[in-house]
Design a protein around this ligand. Structure first.
Ligand code: SF4
Length: 280
């Protein structure tokens, strides 16, 4: 059994909130840079070059890539042979977020009550997703999520007879409705199967998968390839000003579902698809 103290968790989460907001992951950086070579529209290319320059400045000057530094989404995989010492784990995670957003000069974007809408002034609480896994490690992923793109996401409770064509229609409709509001080029996370809530978590998880890696399931890999091609024929383009590169990638995650349903969630992210993972 391994003992992990919550002080270690707080410190790591603090650093990860800052790191995620200043640096995009290598696959995302590469995707933006490569897209400059394939974009055919002049204005589209100019926008992609500006996004690339913006990323470089953020990294070099230690400043956020975007003014919307997001709500902290946290995925925590806890090895079942880990013992956590110290304070309550939820409190520790939120303390890490609090310290990270304070030290990193990151915008505090969370309101305490969704209707009364008073800012909590420390970007807490985060959204925490726990999973128990075998082993003696804790794997933490922090994915600060901007809401320009989050607001353009959708859930569809399709019928089984809608099939794969229904899934494609749902994804293409969501992207088309998102248009320029999601700060394209987008990254699209899709969850298929499970239940109403499970498919949305799958879609969020899909966003944090490396966009260079396709699904291991052959039919889902083909669907990812086909949908990305279709999305990039939409003409929305970088910044919504027209062009080929509407999306940099689409990742799909699946889960078994009920005989009577076909839940589909489409979680839209912008090009600032932030996520950092550490294993303690
Ligand atoms: S959608 Fe993305 S790029 Fe646009 S404001 Fe939000 S975080 Fe920034």
């Amino acid at each position: 059994m391994k003992i992990i103290h919550t002080d270690v968790i707080i410190q790591n989460i603090k650093e990860m909130c800052i790191e995620a907001n200043y640096n995009l992951s290598q696959d995302m950086e590469k995707a933006v840079r490569n897209s400059i070579k394939t974009e055919r529209s002049n204005i589209g290319r100019q926008i992609l070059e500006q996004l690339d320059e913006n990323m470089r400045i953020a990294k070099a000057d230690h400043i956020p890539i975007c003014q919307d530094t997001g709500m902290a989404i946290v995925f925590i995989k806890i090895g079942q042979d880990v013992h956590i010492e110290g304070i309550n784990l939820n409190d520790a995670i939120n303390e890490g977020i609090r310290e990270g957003y304070e030290e990193g000069y990151l915008r505090k974007s969370v309101v305490g009550d969704p209707l009364i809408r008073v800012n909590t002034k420390d970007n807490t609480p985060g959204i925490l997703h726990y999973e128990i896994v075998p082993g003696t490690n804790i794997e933490i992923t922090i994915a600060p999520k901007g809401f320009g793109s989050e607001n353009m996401s959708r859930v569809y409770m399709l019928k089984p007879s809608d099939g794969v064509e229904g899934v494609k229609k749902a994804v293409l409709e969501t992207v088309s409705l998102a248009g320029p509001n999601a700060c394209p080029p987008m990254v699209i996370g899709v969850g298929i199967g499970g239940s109403f809530e499970k498919c949305t978590i799958l879609a969020k998880k899909a966003l944090i998968r490396n966009i260079e890696n396709h699904s291991e399931l052959e039919h889902i890999k083909q669907l990812e390839i086909e949908l990305l091609e279709e999305i990039n024929k939409s003409g929305i383009g970088p910044g919504g000003l027209g062009g080929k590169i509407t999306a940099l990638g689409i990742n799909i995650e699946t889960y078994p579902t009920h005989i009577a349903g076909l839940p589909v969630a489409v979680n839209i992210c912008c090009h600032v698809n932030r996520h950092v993972t550490r294993v303690l």
